[in-house]
Design a protein around this ligand. Structure first.
Ligand SMILES: [Zn+2]
Length: 143
């Protein structure tokens, strides 16, 4: 976004009292988190993420799907929030009624200082039992 569109966005934001910020994969891609379609690297290049990220795939091969999620968690733990994440947190700090809605499953908004993002697709860091929905703690992959 540049020129008049950016100026208009700034004008609207300056006048806002309850903005809603909606983010997706592009936000975290700037921090090096691969987008869902680009997540086919290394071990996973022969799998389709759309087929791995389903309850049916987990039932068919839990170790495969859990391993794929572990790899994604590991990558996100190494990523750091970027200026976009920090800008969202700054908006929320200035306007506490800001609602942050994200399609992202990483924790970069929180690590930048945003509070309580609404997660449309859940969190890599909040796995639940597939049988009873009980929350679980993902393994820590160390320092
Ligand atoms: Zn259970």
């Amino acid at each position: 976004m540049t020129g008049p569109a950016l100026a208009e966005a700034a004008r609207l934001l300056a006048a806002a009292t309850r903005p809603v910020v909606f983010t997706g994969a592009g936000m975290s891609a700037e921090s090096g988190v691969p987008t869902f379609r680009d997540a086919r690297t290394g071990l996973w290049e022969r799998y389709d993420p759309r087929e791995l990220a389903t309850p049916a795939a987990f039932r068919a091969d839990p170790a495969l799907v859990w391993g794929w999620y572990e790899g994604r968690r590991h990558g996100v733990r190494r990523a750091v929030p970027n200026p976009g994440h920090r800008a969202v947190a700054a908006i929320q700090a200035r306007l506490p009624e800001t609602v942050v809605i994200t399609q992202n499953v990483d924790d970069l908004h929180e690590r930048a200082g945003a509070t309580a993002p609404v997660r449309l697709h859940g969190s890599l860091f909040a796995p639940r039992c597939s049988a009873c929905d009980h929350p679980a703690t993902p393994p820590d992959d160390g320092p």
